[in-house]
Design a protein around this ligand. Sequence first.
Ligand code: MTE
Ligand code: MO
Length: 367
Amino acid sequence: DPYKHDPARHPALKVNSAKPFNAEAPGSLLADNFITPNDLFFVRNHLPVPKVDPKKFRLQVGGKQFALEDLKQKFKQHSVIATVQCAGNRRSELSKLKAVNGLSWSHAAISNAEWTGVLLSDLLTSAGINGEDYKHCILQGLDTDGEGNPYEASIPMETASDPKKEAIVAFEMNGQELPLDHGFPLRVIVPGTVGARQVKWVKMISASQEESYSHWQRKDYMLFSPSTGHDTADYDKAVAIQEYPTQSAICEPRNGATIEGSEVTLRGYAWSGGGRGIMRVEVTPDGGKTWYEADMHGDEQQKRHQQWAWVLWEVAVPVPDGASDMSIACRAIDSSHNSQPEKLESVWNIRGLINNAWHHINLKVDN
Ligand code: MTE
Ligand code: MO
């Protein structure tokens, strides 16, 4: 069994696939903590969890090799609070419109943690790689498919080599050793970028003029128009997803819940990629005519262009007299005034990626 090294997992996780393991916390739990507890952080594995002997492990960077202890002791440590979101987050809403390919994630394929490690820019410098000489930084994992092909992705060298982008090779998650599911002993964190590029169990980092040739870089994680089908999708022309657009979702109450009283309190998360902060989150109980602005929490970093963490938000909305049900939607606006499209139809795509349409819940009112 190639999955024999997979660890035990928290029983509260909703499992989308057991082998490889893919799971998310119940959406209603997500907005309880600005920092997601490690065992409730969503897990997205394409392959079996690899077994690593930390004493023998070496990270290859260009032509150099680093032992774990070297990384921990010879480099300056760097911590960053960064949200990781899978491109498939909220795919299940899209598949209700029309079938899409991929795991049926609800709205909890996103989580937030404090990561500690070494700046990728410091590692590249120490391996003698000058960022200005290359276009891409290749990141390869230790996990392999049946034919021995490892998980691999790449990010723009500009992102990798700029210390202000705070990309790190992390060995700690929320003050603990990196858990097996999240990449022990080392993973790359690329704040503001889609989850697929944040390579876990990273064993090799190199510089290149070309993007990674892996399946995940070249034949997946690309967006097409709602009118493009599997037969017409041209992966050679499409651009690999890197920075995430603006996203938000309602975590509480859950969709379909019954509420009582004259108002309902909604709670959720909002995030945008590329370091853009969230300026405003608002909810509408009437399809976009009236908007109620939410209070935001957890915006500790207060840096408008290096805002890597999500915000949690809360807002009370009046329940109309005599209403028997309510349909409520939320949207966020980021620091560049980017917002979310209204309709699922307008973002639908064959792979069900990057669904950031307004997030809706329907509630029953008990009068
Ligand atoms: N890295 C490796 N080596 N193997 C993987 O399967 N999955 C990617 C990324 N890094 C993956 C990987 C995807 S698609 C996502 S969304 C994130 O890891 C998920 O990170 P998490 O499991 O820590 O939440
Ligand atoms: Mo992902």
